[in-house]
Design a protein around this ligand. Structure first.
Ligand code: PLP
Length: 431
């Protein structure tokens, strides 16, 4: 399998290069040069095979021969190593709970697959590779957990001091060995600026090998397509099923589109957003107008200008009509999101997190106008314990998982630093 840049389709890279590089040098995004159609017999067998076998059947096409079969199976087994249950909320609406991994959010699968692939690529390297990540809270925890066992890869996480929750901070600062947390006295933009400066510093890059664990890396976004097979595995492949995806950067939804192109019989995708609604507005009007980011209670989806929209357009040949046949869009204010959380808790005793609540709003609106007698699945992307400030307005239940208490009881280890590039550069060269 080769990957081309959305900015220049004639320039192609293999899987390994695309993963190590993350982004093509022309600032486009990598896309697979074709999407394989899987055999009907495979879809007929979903109820009988394991999730790891499904993962292998899907992902082996994208990896090609750049990782040997037994290694890839091993990588997939490690990636899909926690429960992903499908919970019935009410008749015809189910939650696919993607938050039972180490950081309690769905990004664990993508981060783990990327970490395992890079671990394989650098296993016998003579040079170490350093992954730089700026985080506003959530991504850093998934990346730290995913890379905590890798051998030739160091991880440096930059986070804004005092601007992440207690649990998030402990998820960044309590790993041993190869994961270092830099506590920057500034905001997320300062962290991101330091990382960007390092990538533009050719002199630094001659001295150390740096890479990113950015969410637009193909190894983070493609494995997410496995999620969409699970309801068919549990309920049977003959059902009519639509998915509501709480979306920010649209990596998760794009991965669903890939599953559908491979033959998974998904009826519709619902792009559910908070007030950062560039994609729902595009679906409605045909005009794409990204706007500055607005802060909301579903803050992992606070993305004004989603990167993966380029990939979505690409999959539909830039044709608005084709896209709206498959994707419907709805957006919700914070007030509406809280109201949904409240109602679903009162009526069905299911505690949604704010992101899952946005997805729930989307699937309800969609099912009201659909005449197909469909089953609606929401992707529940985060454990409600990650958003206690909001969730405690809905329920006083004690929902902290034991492993979260473990994190909270560990000692924080961070290195404090001013948002100053020379200091950051000196740190990278020393370590
Ligand atoms: C990242 C994230 C999202 C948005 O996913 P995208 O792939 O960026 O659209 C939704 N919910 C949670 C909890 C997240 O962490």
């Amino acid at each position: 399998m080769k990957y081309y840049s959305t900015k220049n389709p004639s320039k192609k890279s293999g899987f390994r290069q695309a993963v190590i590089q993350g982004l093509p040098t022309d600032n486009g995004l990598y896309m697979p040069e074709y999407i394989p159609l899987l055999p009907k017999t495979f879809f007929g067998s979903l109820t009988d095979i394991s999730l790891q076998e499904i993962g292998y059947e899907v992902l082996s096409h994208f990896v090609g021969d750049e990782i040997p079969a037994s290694e890839l199976q091993n990588i997939i087994d490690k990636t899909l190593s926690f429960d992903i249950p499908l919970i019935e909320i009410k008749e015809n609406i189910y939650a696919l709970e993607l938050f039972h991994g180490p950081s309690y959010a769905f990004k664990d699968v993508g981060a783990k697959f990327l970490a395992q692939c890079l671990d394989y690529f650098y296993r016998d390297a003579d040079k170490k590779c350093t992954i730089l990540v700026a985080t506003s809270g959530d991504t850093g925890g998934a990346v730290a957990a995913a890379f905590s066992q890798t051998k030739n890869i160091e991880v440096v996480i930059l986070y804004p001091s005092g601007k992440v929750s207690d649990l998030q901070e402990k998820q960044l600062t309590t790993y041993e060995k190869n994961v270092t947390a830099l506590e920057i006295s500034g905001d997320f933009d300062d962290c991101q600026r330091l990382v960007k400066s390092a990538f533009l510093d050719n002199e630094l890059r001659d001295k150390i090998q740096i890479s990113s664990a950015n969410s637009i890396n193909i190894a983070r976004f493609i494995p997410q397509s496995i999620y969409y097979y699970i309801p068919f595995k549990v309920l049977g492949a003959q059902q009519t099923v639509s998915f509501s995806v709480p979306s920010g950067n649209y990596g998760n939804l794009t991965a669903g589109l890939i599953a559908q192109r491979m033959g998974l019989p998904v009826s519709n995708f619902i792009a559910s957003s908070n007030r950062n609604d560039a994609v729902p507005r595009y679906l409605f009007s045909g005009t794409y107008e990204p706007k500055p980011t607005i802060a909301t209670i579903s803050n992992a989806m606070d993305v004004g200008s989603p990167s993966n929209f380029q990939r979505m357009l690409n999959l539909f040949d830039n044709d608005h009509k084709k896209m709206i046949e498959v994707i419907k869009g709805y957006s919700f204010t914070d007030e509406e999101t809280l109201e949904i959380m409240h109602q679903v808790y009162q009526q069905y005793n299911y505690l949604l997190d704010p992101h899952g609540a946005v997805a729930y709003g989307g699937i309800e609106k969609y099912l009201q106008q659909s005449s197909l007698g469909e089953i609606g699945i929401i992707l529940e992307t985060a454990h409600p314990c990650k958003f206690m400030d909001t969730v405690k307005q809905i329920s006083k239940e004690n929902i902290m998982p034991d492993t979260a208490h473990e994190f909270l009881s560990k000692e924080k280890k961070s290195i404090k630093m001013e948002p100053d590039y020379d200091a950051f550069r000196a740190f990278l060269l020393e370590s």
